[in-house]
Ligand binder design. Structure first.
Ligand code: AMP
Length: 280
């Protein structure tokens, strides 16, 4: 496994990789969710590049950039064991050198949900992902359904900017009790961790209601809120029942189905989760 930091180092190592090349962008502190992306990339591609970069541009001023968990030696050991070909660890200076001033703004689909709560977040995400696509010249890039709006933003960007690359979405990996795996889960206290599966339970309760015939989006949101109310430490930031592509809030779930999603604080830790209701 090669490990590189600079753009020149990346380009040299990339030139020696068998094609097609798969890219797995991450912020590190790897877990089973990231490794599922690596496995999906290995199934589809001859070579796999993993990037690890905690992207300052996607964190707001009051967010947890400085506290974001990091453990590069452990990450490298996991990637080596997984059989990854190349790891790119750019620094902020490599990604945003002095004078940097070009940003990618995916205007509409970045606005609701996470974009509404985290202004500028998807501008940072789209910009760094565009840079990763260009620098690695990957044929496929792998993203988790865990970050559903990120997938929508990246797919739109790839189409709008004609990136010659396929975006592949991998299902959300969960702990045995349903909690979506996340680098931020380490911040949960034992009691918070015990209550955190309420997010998944709320999504499943809403899905059950949908499958029993409920199509009123507000009632579906209320089902989610009802389940979350059972977790005393949960502070709900939003629950959403939105169109699966535009992400606009729905009055009624139509034949297009819906994206159910939520952001919930446990103490200072912000958890997100989602589930797609297939159109019927
Ligand atoms: P992050 O390091 O949190 O930026 O995540 C890097 C990639 O891993 C993103 O495409 C995420 O959507 C994906 N990812 C994170 N957690 C999970 C999970 N539990 N299941 C599937 N993919 C995930």
């Amino acid at each position: 496994m090669h490990t590189v930091t600079t753009i020149d180092g990346l380009r040299t190592a990339r030139a020696g990789l068998a094609e097609p090349v798969g890219l797995v962008p991450t912020m590190g502190y790897l877990h089973e969710g990231h490794l599922a992306l690596v496995r999906a990339a290995q199934e589809r591609c001859e070579s796999v590049v993993v990037s690890i970069f905690v992207n300052p541009a996607q964190f707001g001023p009051n967010e947890d950039l400085a506290k974001y968990p990091r453990d590069i030696p452990r990450d490298l050991a996991l990637l080596e064991e997984a059989g990854v070909d190349l790891v790119w660890l750019p620094t902020s200076e490599v990604m945003y050198p002095e004078g940097f001033q070009t940003w990618v703004d995916v205007s509409e689909v970045s606005q609701p949900l996470e974009g509404g709560m985290r202004p500028g977040h998807f501008r940072g995400v789209a910009t760094v992902v565009a840079k990763l696509f260009n620098a690695t010249e990957a044929h496929f890039a792998f993203f988790g359904q865990k970050d559903a709006q990120q997938v929508a933003v990246i797919k739109r960007m790839a189409r709008d900017l004609n990136f010659p690359l396929g975006v592949v979405v991998v299902p959300t990996q969960r702990e045995a009790d349903g909690l979506a795996r996340s680098s931020r889960n380490v911040f949960l206290s034992a009691e918070e961790r015990g209550q955190a599966p309420a997010l998944y339970r709320a999504l499943i309760a809403a899905k059950d209601a949908y499958e029993a015939g409920e199509r009123n989006a507000e009632k579906i949101r209320r089902v989610m809120l009802g389940t979350l109310a059972g977790a005393s430490l949960a502070q709900v930031q939003y629950v959403s029942c939105a169109h699966p592509e535009t992400l606009a809030e729905l009055d009624t779930v139509s034949a297009d189905g819906a994206l159910l999603s939520m952001a919930v604080y446990f103490g200072k830790t912000r958890l997100i989760d989602n589930l797609v209701l297939e159109g019927q």
